[in-house]
Every structure is written in C-alpha cells, then in structure tokens.
Design a protein around this ligand. Structure first.
Ligand SMILES: NC(=O)CC[C@H](N)C(=O)O
Length: 363
C-alpha cells in the first residue's frame, strides 16, 4: 500500500506502507546508527518524533526479546529506505513490520533517506506528516501546519507511580523523564537499590526516601517544559550526589542557572566523538538529542564544562564545582552503541562513597 511523508516545506516523499496505517504528525529527525533500530524504536526520548534511519537496510536482524529500552514504544513514525521482511538472526522473534503493527507505529519504506537527511541538515529539523498516498497534498500540509507542537511528552512517558528494583547496594532514586531500561540495567549491575519515581515527584518526597544518590534520566522534548523538575533539582543538589543523562543533564544545567537551546538538526547516532577535558581522552558515544546546554551560559554558574562534542563543539558534559554532581548529554548506558563511557556509572558510585566519607568526617 502506498504512503506519503510530507514535510512542512511542502516536500513530498512517496513510499510503501509498513507497520501501522495510522496517520501521524511529528518532528522528523535522522539517526545515523548502522544498527540499533530496536533500541531506537523503543527509546522514549523519541516521543513526538518521526525517525528516519540513514543506514539503507533496516530490519535485517529482526526484533528480539532482549533489546527493548521500554515496553511501550512512543516514537511517532519510522522512515526507511529498504525494509527487510525476512530477518536472519538467532535472536529474532518477529520482524519489524509485526512489531510496528502491534505497537501502532506507522512506517514508510522506499524513501530516499539520503535526500531526506540532506534536506533536514540544510534546513534544520522540520515537522512532517505520514499519511495515506493519494491524500490531497495541500490538505495534509494544512493539517500539519495547524497541528500544535507537543509540550507534554515527558508526562506521556514517565511512570505514574514509584516502583522499586531491589538491591543491597546504594539506594538510588531514579527520576523517570522517559527512562531507557539501559540506565536501570547499569544501576542494578552495580547492586543498587533503585526507586524509580515520576518526573514530578517533589524534592521533599525524594529526600524522604533517604537516597545515597539521585539519577536524572533521558527523556523527550524541550527541557524547559519540565519546570517542576528544575525546581526539585535546585533543592536536592544541596545534599545528595546527582548524575544526569541527556534530558537529565539539561535539567541539572538549567537548575544550576545555565541555559539550553535547540540545535539545528541534533545529534542522533552511535559514533559521536566526545572529548573529556579531565582525562584528555576522546570517547565514542551514543547520542540522541535535539537540545543542548549553551556554552556561554555555563560561565555564570557553578558548573564547569567537562566534555565537548568534537564534531561541532556542542556541550556534552558538565560538572558542579561545589557539589558532587555531574551530567552528560550522551548515553553512557549505550544501548544502542559503544560502551566506552560506562565507567561514568562507576564514577557516580565513587562520588557517593567519597561524599559519604566526607559527611562522616564532619560529624
Ligand atoms: N535523549 C534525551 O534525553 C533527549 C533530551 C531532549 N529531549 C533533547 O532532544 O535534547
């Protein structure tokens, strides 16, 4: 069945339908990972976005039971050049089409994704509509232009109630803005007792849980749409070590007085080089972000710039100069992508240990 992707600037792409046949409007973004489509599809940070993969063949290793980053995916659409109907992999349980249908995600294949990506790089990300072919282009375009931009994606993907993943190690409160399972996986690997709480859990309620450390997860949309979290962080940073990832990094930075801005077309892929000023090393990182902390805004805060993207000098990490808190813009939990920066979870454990040691000395 024929489908269309129409961009805000009027560009029409014709292709074949796969996955669900639902009509969808979202921000069209590109991901350059050669693999990792299952993690991408199930990453809640893509809520509100239609993702195109630049790698031309997608679906060839199927969908397996192990690589999900969330159970209920919230991506708004999936655009590929060639979609593989007959996956070949010992872990594969179903094909991409079955997965997308079961989760009501519309897909389109047969698209010149190189052309689409070049348009997005030149113009910046745009919104688009995935719709049935033969629909009046003008009507679809009007619908797209009239559609309101989303501001409540975090609310859509965060947990509603707190829950616990028990362990005997440090007690970590994980504030869920649209958590990838990879973060929980890294904490449980380190024996942490993790309490996952909703995005709008108050500082008072978090402190009542007596955490040893707090983690701020990744999540969709503009960090400025989550003011309650910024207020919460301002209070908890005074007494508890914090580690923020992606949206969590942006929120921590905003709470410390820095600013964020939207990038032209963002960073989404599995091989983004990041330089660390302290270790003087370059790490390959997994990334998915459309916003970033602005470098000039850091100077007026107690934050230090700790890491930077080598491709375009975007801020990739900050460290607090007074409190044992830090954050990164990329994904140390990888999934998908390289695990070069997994050590940051150990660094967080170390921060907790040394902070607790200093607290004991003071008593
Ligand atoms: N993966 C994330 O947490 C993304 C953060 C934020 N939504 C951005 O696009 O910049």
């Amino acid at each position: 069945m024929k489908r269309q992707l129409i961009l805000e600037d009027g560009t029409v792409f014709n292709g074949e339908a796969f996955g669900s046949l639902a009509e969808s409007i979202g921000e069209v973004v590109f991901n350059t990972g050669m693999t990792g489509y299952q993690e991408t599809l199930s990453d809640p940070s893509y809520c509100g976005q239609i993702v195109t993969m630049t790698y031309p063949l997608i679906g060839n290793y199927g969908i397996n039971r192990d690589d999900f980053e969330t159970i209920t995916p919230s991506i708004f659409g999936f655009v590929v050049k060639e979609y593989c109907e007959t996956p070949s992999n010992f872990r594969s349980d179903e094909n991409l089409d079955e997965y997308l249908k079961a989760n009501n995600i519309p897909g389109i294949s047969g698209i010149d994704t190189r052309k689409l990506t070049k348009i997005l790089r030149k113009h910046g990300t745009m919104r688009g509509i995935l719709t049935e072919a033969g629909a009046e282009d003008k009507e679809a375009l009007d619908k797209l232009k009239q559609a309101k931009s989303l501001t409540n994606q975090v609310e859509q993907v965060s947990t509603v109630k707190p829950y616990v993943s028990p362990g005997r190690g440090y007690r970590i409160v994980l504030v869920d803005f649209g958590m990838k399972h990879g973060i929980l996986r890294e904490l449980t690997k380190r024996n942490c007792h993790v309490t996952v709480v909703p995005y709008n859990y108050s500082a008072e309620n978090i402190l009542r849980l007596k955490p040893d450390g707090i983690m701020l997860t990744n999540g969709p949309g503009n960090p400025k749409n989550v003011p309650e979290a910024i207020e919460m962080i301002k209070k908890v940073i005074l007494t508890i070590p914090i580690f923020g990832i992606c949206l969590g990094h942006q929120l921590l930075s905003l709470a410390c007085g820095a600013d964020t801005d939207k990038l032209k077309f963002g960073h989404r892929g599995s091989n983004h080089p990041v330089y660390d000023y302290e270790t003087k090393r370059t790490y390959l990182t997994s990334q998915n972000h459309g916003y970033a902390v602005t470098e000039q805004s850091i100077a007026q805060t107690d934050l230090e710039l700790s890491q930077i993207a080598l491709n375009d000098k975007t801020v990739e990490g900050v460290k607090h100069s007074k409190y044992p808190s830090f954050s990164v813009q990329y994904h140390p939990e990888n999934s998908p992508g390289p695990d070069d920066t997994n050590y940051l979870f150990d660094l967080f454990m170390g921060n907790i240990a040394s902070y607790q040691a200093t607290q004991k000395e003071e008593v």
